[in-house]
Design a protein around this ligand. Sequence first.
Ligand SMILES: [Fe+2]
Length: 389
Amino acid sequence: MKEEMIDLLMDKITGGLSERVFDYGSSPRNYGELENPDSYARITGPCGDTMEIFLKTKNENIEDISYTTDGCMTSHAAGSAVTVMANGKPVKECIRINQSSVLEHLGGMPSESEHCALLAAKTLHKALGNYATDKKELMLLTDWFDRHVNRYRNGEGTLPAALELKYLHSQRVAENARLIAQGLGLKKAKILLAEGCGLVHDIGRFSQYACYGSFHDADTVDHGKEGRRILEIEGVQSYFDADDWESIAWAVEYHNKKASDIPSHLDGETGLLLRLIRDADKLDIMDLVMQSVASDGFSELPDMLPQIRTGRELTPAVMEELMKNKTVSVDHLRTVTDFVVMLASWFYDLNYAFTRCLAADRHILQRIAIELPDTKDIRELLTDIRAHL
Ligand SMILES: [Fe+2]
């Protein structure tokens, strides 16, 4: 009897709404606008209520999502429901959220309010659709990249250790490229292009390692050229318009060349992606190698470049070349310390101030400095690099 009275009283208070509709409607979840969303949609339903959805993604998952509405309590309940249901989920899964799953999540709604669930689901779909349209090329490229890399996995799905490193490196270069492109204030389509190009910039490494068991270009194959060849024979250009494809092809082919060997026609707009990828690539290699040097003296380096041993002496030819040309050729490297000096020389070759800021955030020069011998030449080198920054 007592429970029946409580139910009746709650019905009076909530107007017959389910507990969750009342809860979400009176304390909305994820309400408000998001700054710099990856996608956005706004729909006004036949009832005159408007709903907006803002969403941010990371690695194809919804990282953050919010809604606004000028509607009543049940609109707030529906907006809260779709954002709660989508938050943290893979984008692909969120496409399944629809009016009936929203109603189910809410424990039902009065029939005259069910259109609120439809409006919320439709607004979410529109935001997801806008996201997918912008990301179409990147999604096709990511999908192709994973399928291509899978060819080099064994029966257990494992890549050789050296290729696993390249696979992870490619993903981090994509992330660095996106950050630099954002830092340069590029338009969204160009930011996505930079991210995609970062992902495939080292695609030539996979066939190179499978054929030769080495990443040493001089003894095997130029992995930049090889990367462009692979993209072309695989028909990847069909995902892009002609200008974007041209930028990607040049960036992949020339990302690993000495600055002095880059053709002058790439100085302008066509070469922007190349400069950006070169920075993104260097930034990750500097970071990764310095982590490895600090943890175990970069023990896996000789597996990648067989002419190098794990010693810590400095080869005189490396310093001579650096003092003369502010660059170090891979062919001269003999020890881990030589490799670290080469990384230091890359500070002269970073194209964008924003990349230098990212390098400073990651304390790269300090981490390089502590691994180098305390000699007069090295002190002068470090002072010169700091002045250059
Ligand atoms: Fe590379």
